[in-house]
Design a protein around this ligand. Structure first.
Ligand code: SF4
Length: 456
């Protein structure tokens, strides 16, 4: 396989990002802040390890019996008056949206949803001349900049307060010295108008509860309440892995999602929405639709090892602690799901591109696995992906050849002892320099080889 374009781009971005001091300062400050909050947040659990084991069981049960619970969810949601569709990929979603909205919609408000980012949902609507407004503050900021989110829970994590002030000054002529509170108040006012004018609200879901047929959304800004309650139509796009068996399970998952994402005991607003507005109700949409998205999740589901990655509750804690993410930031991954878990799942989602190189962007320090609230063995899965990449020849051939040559040398003491230490160091550098890049430190072979040191 020839070296893929994404891999080339990834390597050149890494070079630039690893030298970007301003980005490192911004990221370090925010990630350190998140980590301190996380440390406070997990204080609410008397025994976090046994709590994690309980969550692992809940998520494992949800994923192993996904079909049963999704069908139960469908039945209950339809009983509540909602309509539900199954989408195998992005095109299915777009066809369904067209079927639901026809030519009648001109303005859409959206609350945060990674599934919509995954399929480039906004671009699809904008191509139909439909105005889409992101209503989560971080999402709104990246939308104004024409960017994708750089983190699964904090979309504008890569930006400093000064970057954001400048953005609003340039776009809306707000004061160049505006405080964070002033900017927030300005956006709130601006978004109120969008909420009242929108004909359609689009959201994701943190969980889908099978026994009640409810979609669950947790948030801190109140924008998801308005997105899901104000417009006349509400469409939910959710990955099939979001399913959980029961309302009781939610009681375990919601607090741990908040503590690991933002250090809160529980987020400010937590919604369970079980269908459109009922006759006796004053608020809510007239029509509500759920679209369940596969888009390659079945590739993960059928694999005994990778299946565990579907347990993810998208708290973002593994990115916050990852030493690689801290240096390169989310955009370098070129994938909506980034950081350690994104590197595990992205190569298997439905895409024409080859993302296997992401599994190599890890120090395998294991911090991601340690912090994960649902005990996903992320570093093991990254290693597993690496072996798949070699097996399926998803790595550049020249790199595979270099590794094979190295392993042949390592298997023979005679070959290992060939040449002086400086020649061995130089040869190693020459063989790997092109693949590993100039910024990487290379090993210096010791002056005395193993046999000589044993004879002394
Ligand atoms: S893999 Fe674990 S730590 Fe990472 S986002 Fe998912 S649940 Fe959170």
């Amino acid at each position: 396989m020839s070296e893929n374009i994404l891999y080339k781009e990834f390597k050149s971005t890494l070079g630039a990002q690893s030298q970007n001091k301003k980005l490192h300062q911004t990221l370090n400050k925010s990630l350190e802040n998140y980590h301190q909050k996380y440390l406070n947040g997990i204080n609410q659990f008397e025994n976090i390890s046994s709590f994690k084991e309980k969550l692992q069981i809940i998520r494992s049960k949800s994923i192993l019996q996904m079909e049963k619970y999704l069908l139960q969810f469908e039945g209950n949601f339809k009983k509540n008056g909602g309509e539900l569709f199954w989408a195998d990929d992005a095109n299915d979603v777009f066809n369904l949206i067209q079927h639901i909205i026809g030519d009648n919609i001109k303005s859409v408000v959206k609350s945060k949803s990674m599934a919509t980012e995954e399929i480039d949902f906004n671009a699809f609507l904008e191509n139909q001349n439909i105005k889409v407004t992101e209503t989560d503050l971080g999402e709104y900021i990246v939308q104004l900049r024409g960017e994708k989110p750089s983190h699964i829970t904090a979309p504008a994590l890569h930006l400093s307060k000064d970057d954001i002030t400048l953005l609003f000054h340039e776009k809306f002529e707000s004061s160049p010295d505006a405080s964070a509170e002033e900017i927030t108040a300005f956006v709130r006012k601006l978004l109120r108008r969008e909420f009242t004018e929108a004909e359609l609200g689009v959201s994701g879901a943190n969980f889908l509860v099978a026994d009640s047929g409810s979609i669950c959304i947790t948030e801190n800004e109140g924008n998801a309440s308005l997105t899901t309650a104000w417009p006349n139509i509400h469409i939910v796009l959710a990955g099939i892995e979001k399913i959980i068996p029961s309302f009781t399970d939610l009681g375990y998952l919601w607090p741990v999602l908040s503590s690991h994402a933002t250090g809160q005991k529980i987020s400010v607003y937590n919604h369970m929405i079980s269908g459109p507005r009922q006759e006796e109700e004053g608020d809510g949409p007239e029509k509500m639709y759920v679209i369940l998205l596969n888009n390659g999740r079945d590739n993960l589901l059928i694999n005994k090892e990778l299946r565990q990655s579907l347990h993810c509750i998208k708290c973002g804690a593994c990115s916050n602690i990852c030493p690689v993410y801290k240096i390169i930031s989310g955009h370098s991954y070129n994938s909506v799901y980034n950081g350690p878990i994104g590197s595990v799942t992205t190569p298997h989602l439905r895409t024409d591109a080859n993302f296997f190189h992401l599994s190599f962007a890890s120090s395998l320090c294991g911090k991601c696995t340690e912090i994960c609230p649902v005990n996903i063995p992320i570093d093991d899965l990254l290693l597993y992906n690496r072996s798949l990449a070699v097996e399926k020849e998803k790595m550049p051939k020249s790199e595979i050849r270099a590794i094979k040559l190295l392993s042949r040398i390592l298997k023979s003491r005679k070959r290992m002892n060939m040449g002086s230490s400086s020649i061995r160091s130089l040869a190693f550098k020459i063989v790997f320099r092109k693949k590993w890049g100039v910024l990487r430190a290379y090993p210096d072979f010791p002056k005395t080889n193993f046999n000589k040191s044993r004879k002394k």
